[in-house]
Design a protein around this ligand. Structure first.
Ligand code: FE2
Ligand code: FE2
Length: 364
């Protein structure tokens, strides 16, 4: 073994020691991606006849598997110098990959379970196709982590991670949003790096374009599921729930992204701009199915997102500090986050007339 190899292995081992990615993925805090379970029998009883025509077109497209050969490393996969990467960037980038991998795998686990438990052929086929895609997505990210010596143990994760129960309608809102946000995030980064290729510090971003089309289709499927029953999106109470999920999902994304300053600097992305851009795209798409839309241009929107972010930093600092002072930081931080959340939740919303035809094509 030559000197260089020793140094390389030592550094590799140092990275592996520093990042217990499986523990990072298993840890379920308010901000980490979760694993979900639901009432699979209720989901299985959905009758897709009201949206049959659109359903068949979408399922045909998913069956044809346009991304079958996409998630493989090829000549475009440049070699990455993990050891030479700025340590702060490396830490945030690994955190980004782990949280993306967890989110992708969360979809895989939920969709596969629905397919396994169900007996409705329409539902089973859809969920089987979606879990096929998410398994590829999670696997591809994990390959990138493996090169740094820090792959997530996905088998362990399935058993060890806590599952959050959501009623089917909450699964629709949360999953629809996360699929469409996933699309908007991937395509926004992809377009930015297309214009600024010198800032693409890792090859995985080159795969985002075809990738985001999978997420777009998954979102379409949930839009159709919601359209099978007008009550799911149109009743008074459910509109309030949709607002709640919009605020919760958007503000979580804001806090999470703002914790990765070095990562976004390396990409040359202004985080405020990026998040607003993702919200804007997601909100425009969601007009296909949500009758209410958050006003992200309201003067109180960004200031209250920033208040939530500051409150979360305070809670984190309280955790780290411990003792009475730490407890006090957690309590006041929690109250401040709650108030800011309430303010966002009660901002006036824009109302949408749902279009006659629900289906959309990726347009960004
Ligand atoms: Fe995915
Ligand atoms: Fe997806």
């Amino acid at each position: 073994m030559n000197m260089h190899a020793t140094t390389h292995d030592e550094l590799h081992a140092e990275i592996s020691d520093r990042f217990d990615t499986t523990a990072m993925a298993t840890d379920t805090t308010l901000l980490n991606p979760r694993f979900y379970t639901t009432d699979f029998d209720e989901l299985d009883r959905i009758d897709v006849s009201p949206v049959r025509q659109d359903w068949d077109v979408l399922l045909d497209q998913m069956r044809s598997d346009p991304n079958k050969g996409h998630f493989k490393k090829n000549a475009d996969w440049d070699k990455i110098d993990w050891e030479g990467m700025d340590p702060e960037l490396r830490a945030e980038f690994i955190d980004f990959l782990v949280s993306s991998c967890t989110a992708e795998f969360s979809g895989c686990v939920l969709y596969k379970e629905m397919k396994r438990r169900g007996s409705n052929p329409d539902i089973c086929e859809l969920f089987s196709l979606m879990s096929r895609d998410e398994a590829r997505h999670a696997g591809f990210i994990n390959d990138a982590l493996r090169e740094a010596g820090v792959a997530v143990n996905l088998g362990f994760l399935t058993k060890a991670k806590k599952y959050t129960y959501f009623r089917p309608k909450f699964i629709y809102y949360a999953t629809y949003l996360s699929e469409k946000i996933g699309y908007a995030r991937y395509i926004t980064i992809y377009r930015h790096l297309e214009a600024n290729p010198e800032q693409r510090f890792h090859p995985i971003f080159k795969w985002f374009k075809e990738w985001c089309n999978d997420e777009f289709s998954h979102g379409e499927a949930f839009a159709l599921l919601m359209r099978t029953d007008p009550k799911i999106t149109e009743s008074f109470v459910n509109k309030l729930w949709i607002r709640f999920f919009l605020v919760a999902v958007y503000s979580t994304m804001w806090v999470r992204d703002h914790a990765r300053v070095h990562f976004h600097n390396a990409l040359g992305v202004d985080i405020d701009w990026y998040d607003q851009e993702v919200f804007r795209k997601t909100s425009a798409i969601a007009r296909q199915v949500f009758p209410v839309e958050l006003d992200i241009d309201h003067p109180a929107w960004i200031p209250n997102l920033k208040r939530i972010e500051r409150a979360f930093r305070k809670i984190e600092a309280g955790h780290a500090r411990g003792g009475f002072g730490g407890w006090l930081s957690k309590v006041t931080g929690g109250a401040q986050a709650g108030l800011a959340f309430l303010r966002l939740y009660t901002l006036p919303v824009r109302k949408n007339e749902l279009p006659a035809s629900v289906r959309l094509q990726p347009m960004y």
